[in-house]
Write a protein that binds this ligand. Structure first.
Ligand code: HMG
Length: 387
């Protein structure tokens, strides 16, 4: 039995209510609240980025489990901060991991956290004494004023993969799907993604459908035998759309309320954080585990999508006693503690961050997270503990 042993989240220091964005863009806030299923977006502090978010998510996981069994760190991100050096190497130092660890970064839009999960499971199968630390961390950015703007966000999920996992035991079947489509991409010279919004929704549905068909062909469970579905959530309504689409494709006879019960409890965190790209599907899993009273023995699907496009559909069963490993109150506190910023403050930040000019700079001390991005000297990013 191999699977997810522990799972924690981190997010940006601030939040903006999407009603403020709607007012500036002359849009009915109901379009965002109901139409997209999003209420807020997390916004990072000046001294936060994917490294500080990812390390903050990983810290409680390592504090609980210890560092000795970790021999691999897989850092999944769309928001790479260097063309060469893996973001996970900075996180490795901040987290005090042993030098006898391999660290690598993985990229395929929002999908690569799931590739990391599978690679981690394979490493653990070879040596069950090891645990692999997976960090999925992203800051989603689109052009200001575009229809994609309300689907930004920032967040990280960190999890360990082990033999004898405490949360989710993975099942062997996995369904895969890849197609070369241009629905969302980000050339090296850009800090915001280029996206064809409506075609990205079609590409997402077709890829998840294709991955599910392959999952069934690989011996995966019938749709009717899966209890809960965690989808990648660029906005939470996308998960509802995907679930209805998959149910229809699979010939499900469940009514709308029964389908909603399988997916709605996965949305509580992403609705408030926004799109966290690689982390999103794992924040969906965490919201499900935190939010429901008892899921013991239930089969849960992870439906992962990354534009471009790659999708994977896999399942696991919730392990008996899993509630003892949750940090439900802490997770709520992390979200509730984000001060709300005005649209003007948010706009000023978005216009100046991230800095891409080659000069040295020092970031103001803003974050309350355990690690901070202090600035850049001679093209080197400086990370340090906050206290
Ligand atoms: P849009 O085109 O402005 O919105 O942007 P819309 O007109 O399609 O409306 C959205 C929904 O709001 C619709 O609901 C409207 O009916 C409803 P639907 O019909 O689809 O169920 N609506 C209202 N509801 C209540 N009251 C109102 C109201 N008005 C309208 N007054 C879009 C939407 C998602 C296209 C845009 O935000 C965007 O481009 N976002 C970025 C791309 C994206 O998130 N794509 C999702 C699939 S691709 C993916 O997930 C990968 C990704 O995460 C990247 C990666 O892999 O790294 C993006």
């Amino acid at each position: 039995m191999i699977g997810i042993d522990d799972l924690a989240l981190a997010t940006g220091a601030y939040r903006i209510d999407l009603a403020a964005v709607a007012e500036r863009l002359g849009t009915d806030p109901a379009k965002y609240y109901k139409g997209l299923g999003q209420t807020e977006m997390s916004v990072i502090a000046e001294d936060e980025d994917i490294v500080t978010l990812g390390a903050a998510a990983a810290l409680p996981v390592l504090e609980r489990a210890g560092r000795d069994q970790i021999r691999t760190v897989l850092f999944a991100t769309e928001t790479g901060i260097d063309q060469s050096k893996a973001a996970g190497v900075y996180a490795h130092r901040l987290l005090g991991l042993s030098p006898n660890v391999r660290v690598v970064e993985l990229k395929q839009a929002c999908y690569s956290g799931t590739a990391a999960l599978q690679f981690a499971a394979a490493l653990v199968a070879r040596n069950p004494a090891e645990k692999v630390l997976v960090i999925a961390s992203d800051v989603a950015r689109y052009e200001l004023g575009s229809s994609a703007e309300p689907t930004q966000g920032a967040g990280a999920a960190a999890f360990t993969v082990s033999a004898d996992p405490a949360l989710l035991a993975l099942e062997p079947a996995a369904g895969l799907f890849t197609a070369d489509v241009m629905d969302f991409w980000r050339p090296n010279h850009r800090v915001t993604a280029i996206v064809d919004g409506q075609s990205s929704i079609t590409a997402y549905l077709e890829a998840i459908g294709g991955a599910f068909t392959d999952y069934r062909a690989q011996g995966g469970a019938d749709f009717a035998a899966i209890d809960r579905f965690c989808y990648h959530q660029p906005f939470t309504k996308m998960a509802s759309k995907a679930h209805r689409y998959l149910a229809q494709r699979a010939g499900s006879t469940l009514d709308a309320a029964a389908l909603a019960a399988q997916v709605d409890p996965t949305m509580a965190y992403n609705r408030r954080i926004g799109n966290s790209y690689t982390a999103s599907v794992y924040l969906a899993l965490l919201a499900l585990l935190d939010g429901e009273a008892d899921l013991t023995g239930e089969r849960v699907a992870i439906a992962s999508y990354g534009s471009g496009a790659v999708a994977e559909f896999l399942t696991g069963t919730v392990v008996e006693g899993y509630r003892e490993g949750l940090r439900t109150a802490t997770n709520e506190q992390i979200l509730a503690d984000r001060p709300q910023i005005s649209d003007d403050t948010y706009l000023a930040r978005q216009r100046t961050m991230p800095r891409t000019d080659p000069s040295d700079y020092t970031n103001r001390h803003e974050t309350r997270a355990p690690f901070r991005f202090a600035g850049v000297r001679e093209d080197q990013r400086i990370y340090e503990p906050t206290s």
